[in-house]
Design a protein around this ligand. Structure first.
Ligand code: PRP
Length: 190
């Protein structure tokens, strides 16, 4: 395997400094644990279908799927709630429906982050109307202090403070999604 460059401690995005918060190793180790748990939970249930919520969850969805040592399927839903801002707008806009038939399926909604919880709740409510056999939720990050609605998440990578995070699929003005680690605004780290 080719060596990849270590994630830097500090990155700059759109003129602002961000500092390392969760390393690539921490993220990948946790995802492997979640993958093992999902495989065990669904072993006697059936093949789950992961529904990644675009754009932010594309990277987590891909890594989570590879971390599940058993069959799974994947499809995507596309929403937007942050726009170009650092805080969730509180308005969820649906940009793409799920194409796969979900009736009778074992669905796991996959988010990169549950902030106010509005996006996750929106997707769960929408998918529930399609009569899945079961419906669970996974998120890499969750901000308990930012919750505006109660939403049950079955697989949580990390509960984090109410900080603006970028990297590993999460953006600032559409940039920084490529970073392998997760970063927070430098001033928030002090
Ligand atoms: C982010 C993130 C979640 C949502 C979480 O998406 O990917 O979908 O916000 O926030 P909430 O819990 O307050 O709803 P964003 O709207 O930034 O779009 P993106 O996924 O395309 O980056």
């Amino acid at each position: 395997m080719p060596e990849t460059a270590a994630a830097p401690d500090i990155v700059t995005c759109r003129g602002e400094r961000f500092r390392l918060y969760l390393s690539e190793d921490e993220i990948q180790t946790r995802i492997l644990e979640l993958g093992e748990r999902i495989a065990a939970d669904y072993a006697d249930v059936g093949v789950p279908i992961l529904i990644g919520v675009l754009n932010g969850a594309f990277m987590f969805t891909a890594d989570l799927m590879r971390a599940i040592p058993a069959d799974s399927e994947v499809d995507f839903y596309k929403l937007s709630s942050y726009g170009e801002s650092k805080v969730s707008s509180g308005q969820v806009t649906e940009l793409k429906e799920v194409d796969a038939k979900l009736e009778g399926r074992h669905v796991i909604v996959v988010e990169d982050i549950v902030d106010t919880g509005l996006s996750m709740k929106y997707v769960i409510d929408q998918i529930q109307t399609r009569n899945p056999a079961s419906l669970r939720a996974a998120t890499l990050l969750r901000k308990p202090d930012a919750a505006k609605v109660e939403v049950r998440v079955d697989y949580v990578g990390f509960d984090i403070d109410n900080l603006f995070v970028i990297g590993y699929g999460m953006d600032y003005g559409q940039l920084a999604r490529n970073l392998r680690a997760i970063y927070i605004l430098d001033r928030e780290a002090e």
